[in-house]
Design a protein around this ligand. Sequence first.
Ligand code: ADP
Ligand code: MG
Length: 249
Amino acid sequence: MKLLEVKGLSKNYLTKKQVICALENIDLVINENEFIVMVGPSGCGKSTILSIIGGLETKSNGEITFNKKDIKVGYMFQEDTLFPWLNVLDNCLLGLKISKSLNKENVEYVKHLLNKYGLSNFEKSYPRELSGGMRQRVALIRTLATKPDILLLDEPFSALDYQTRITVSNDVFKIIKEEKKTALMVTHDISEAVSIGDKVIVLSNRPSTVKNVYEIKMENKSTPSKNRSNEKFNYYYNLIWKDLDHYED
Ligand code: ADP
Ligand code: MG
């Protein structure tokens, strides 16, 4: 079922000196339980799309419609944004405290997620005591704590080294699928997009328009890391590479 539809979305940033046209006529549909990845070059307007969908930034034109009222949006960013002076549990409960929805049931839910995803022994640990991968898992659980209808992920793995990026994308993918969440992730990394996405939306250079949409169909589709060696992986990688204006001589 359709969760979100974006039609003709445009965004111009007005600065003192100029008008920056960031998005032009973006259309997209996100169905429930889908993991959509948008891939596009740096500066093309990826974060802008997420900010507008999340209501943090205004649009210049277009329509954004959700299938229900009071949709709850959860964010996850590149830098892990855990507070160093709070332990893991308190970091995870912070959003609930801020939105004044901290209750026994929510605390149990957070503890259940920490336990399920291998962090229950670290509830009282501080972010500096965890690996980068564990910190991103905590950041995701904090996002899930408020039970969002859709997760917006802004290049959540780009600050991590290559090895960690692969394992953390497996973890994040698994958690999002197991918790039956809908996700919209943006990245500039084609491999990441193809290995994780149910669908990949390719964006052009600024002003961003949708160049292509691919449903990633692989036989024996599996975890993001295993998908990287699927025989269809290179097929999609090459299509998207060409879409992004990289042509071989
Ligand atoms: P991406 O996330 O794909 O790297 P952004 O959405 O951050 O791209 O930015 C798209 C374009 O809009 C960039 O050229 C950027 O400089 C510009 N931009 C982003 N935010 C603002 C802002 N608040 N004011 C003016 N220009 C902005
Ligand atoms: Mg960005």
